[in-house]
Ligand binder design. Structure first.
Ligand code: NA7
Length: 545
């Protein structure tokens, strides 16, 4: 192990390293471990928070839980790690995931090489020496051959710029920047804006505590019951004994989840059998519901059938017909926006301390000192919770102020949307790697396997460069163009690209270019493409000494 003391005082003298990694979540920690322990490189991770965890450090809102099943939401690179860690529930809650990531940091002695409370403020590439110069808000200046971002796809909070927000005399919070001490909702009138995965997780938990909750819904959403439960000793044993098989399934299927899509099509299945299969999938719950048929996201007619099944479930659960109508009046195909998984979301609307407001019909006009004013009413509130999502995929990268060759800024190069090769490298930004960057399967996947695949690819690439004496690697503009076309082609082959107001396209952030960002061609297929590129001597990359 080649540990670099991570607590050097602020100084103007540059500190020279082999690689700088930004972020100490799943990505940054595994990348550190790989470069330091496998390749013996001098590496430092810069992390803005005072602890590891990334997304799971910040997202501490009530009900925060992973939608991936716990036995799949972990690292698989170390058999010992798989064997020694035990999850308690089918879907882990945020504190348990954070405990896991802290365990990883301790077990592999990562902390000495992570510099906490340090935000990278800029990075610029020196072409003459093939080195990145990285500056931090702690006044440090690092020089490193490689710069690797592990900043997460959903980490730049999107707080809507609603007029009057600063006038509000109560408290407001964004779910992705939740206070560590928690928020006490007892006796409070709470407004929740947003009904994506986060709002759907938080609303039942907040409503169980608050005096009254008003949900401001812009887009009604599908949700599948999680059917969360404690894991049985038998399942825990199965997950460990079958770890290799589970890993193989995740690494070779479409979404890196530990289950395969059933090899059947909706319209080719007899309606009675179809109904029975959907009922069984609904009872089992979770994201696996999507795997009951393999054409849900490809065939609009098939999707309609499934969408109508879920709408029917909503109408059956929610007793107030007006509320049921608002919740089931969904304007997009099933799973074409990120499909949430819930615990008692629709059931919560049967309580008498919750109301739903359709802000598409009666838009929010402003926030007042007392609450939220829509076009037809004012709602007095003590607390507003913005569950309004993230400037996804590109937001956290563009905040970093990265400048490549010839002084070109990443934000200018990407002014019309992200352009890169394989989601890994941007032309004109040599020796910069973006773990789970736009253009890779990333958010369409269960992320830990996607992160392991990217980190392993980057590590093997750097190993090859070290062994063969290359100092510089850069994606060619031609390869990037071809890849961007492939990303568009893959999206257009599905119903995902049909939804114009989805964060996959950047539509949730005013002014953001609308480009479909993740690669929808499937994780297993994507991995094969990455492997083939290596076999063809890093086809599409320019390597130089
Ligand atoms: P999402 O999925 O982006 O959901 C955000 C929600 O907030 C969604 O209902 C939005 O409505 C709503 N929203 C966003 N901006 C506004 C404004 N200005 N006014 C009213 N409503 C608004 O974010 P989540 O945090 O729920 O989930 C993100 C991911 O985290 C999730 O996919 C998982 O992977 C984990 P819209 O649909 O845009 O009309």
């Amino acid at each position: 192990m080649n540990t670099v003391a991570a607590s050097s005082p602020a100084s103007t003298a540059p500190i020279t390293l082999d690689a700088i990694i930004i972020g100490a979540g799943f990505s940054g920690m595994y990348q550190l471990l790989s470069l330091r322990d496998k390749l013996g490189m001098k590496v430092r991770v810069l992390e803005a928070a005072d602890g590891v965890g990334g997304t799971w450090y910040w997202n501490r809102y009530p009900g925060a839980r992973c939608d991936s099943e716990s036995h799949s939401y972990m690292f698989y690179f170390s058999k010992e790690l798989v064997n020694e860690w035990e999850w308690s529930e089918r879907y882990p809650q945020q504190p348990e995931i954070l405990r896991y990531l802290n365990h990883v940091a301790d077990r592999f002695q990562l902390r000495p090489d992570i510099q906490f409370n340090t935000r990278m403020t800029s990075a610029s590439f020196d072409s003459g020496h093939n080195r990145w110069h990285v500056r931090t808000d702690t006044g440090q200046h690092y020089v490193a051959k490689f710069l690797i971002t592990g900043v997460g796809c959903l980490s730049s909070a999107n707080v809507p710029d609603i007029p009057g927000r600063d006038d509000f005399q109560g408290q407001w919070y964004h779910t992705g920047q939740w206070p560590h001490e928690g928020v006490d909702f007892t006796g409070k009138r709470v407004g929740v804006v947003g009904t994506g995965s986060t709002g759907i997780q938080a609303i039942p938990v907040i409503t169980a505590q608050a005096k009254h909750v008003t949900v401001f819904q812009r887009t009604a959403n599908y949700s599948i019951p999680a059917r969360n439960q404690p894991l049985t000793p038998e399942f825990k044993r199965f997950a460990k004994e079958q770890a290799d098989g589970i890993r193989h399934i995740m690494n070779t299927n479409t979404n890196a989840h530990p289950f395969r899509m059933a090899p059947r099509k909706v319209m080719e299945t007899h309606p009675a059998e179809r109904q029975a299969l959907l009922e069984a999938a609904w009872l089992k719950g979770g994201l696996e519901f999507r795997a009951a048929f393999n054409d849900t996201l490809i065939d609009a007619e098939a999707n309609q059938v499934i969408a109508e099944f879920v709408r029917g479930k909503i109408r059956a659960i929610v007793k107030n017909p007006k509320t049921a109508e608002m919740l089931s009046d969904i304007d997009h195909p099933f799973a074409a926006k990120r499909p949430p998984v819930d615990s008692q979301y629709f059931e919560t609307y049967n309580r008498d301390n919750i109301d739903l407001v359709n802000i598409r019909a009666t838009p929010i006009e402003r926030i007042t000192a007392q609450g939220i004013k829509t076009s037809d009413a004012e709602y007095p509130l003590d607390i507003i919770v913005f569950a309004t999502g993230f400037d996804a995929m590109t937001g956290s990268l563009l905040k970093l102020d990265i400048e490549g060759e010839n002084g070109v800024k990443l934000k200018d190069y990407w002014h019309a949307g992200p352009r890169n090769y394989l989601g890994l490298q941007v032309p004109g930004f040599p020796n910069l790697f973006t773990i789970t960057g736009p253009g890779s399967p990333s958010v369409l996947c269960n992320l830990p396997p996607a992160i392991e695949q990217h980190v392993d690819w980057i590590t093997n690439c750097i190993r090859m460069m070290n062994e063969q004496g290359f100092n510089r690697i850069e994606a060619t503009p031609e390869a990037s163009d071809v890849w961007c076309n492939e990303v568009n082609r893959a999206a257009n082959a599905t119903l995902l690209a049909k939804v114009k107001h989805s964060w996959y396209l950047g539509a949730n952030v005013p002014g953001k270019p609308q480009v479909f960002m993740p690669y929808a061609g499937g994780f297993g297929h994507y991995s094969e493409i990455c492997n083939q590129v290596v076999k063809e001597n890093y086809k599409g990359f320019r390597l130089s000494a």
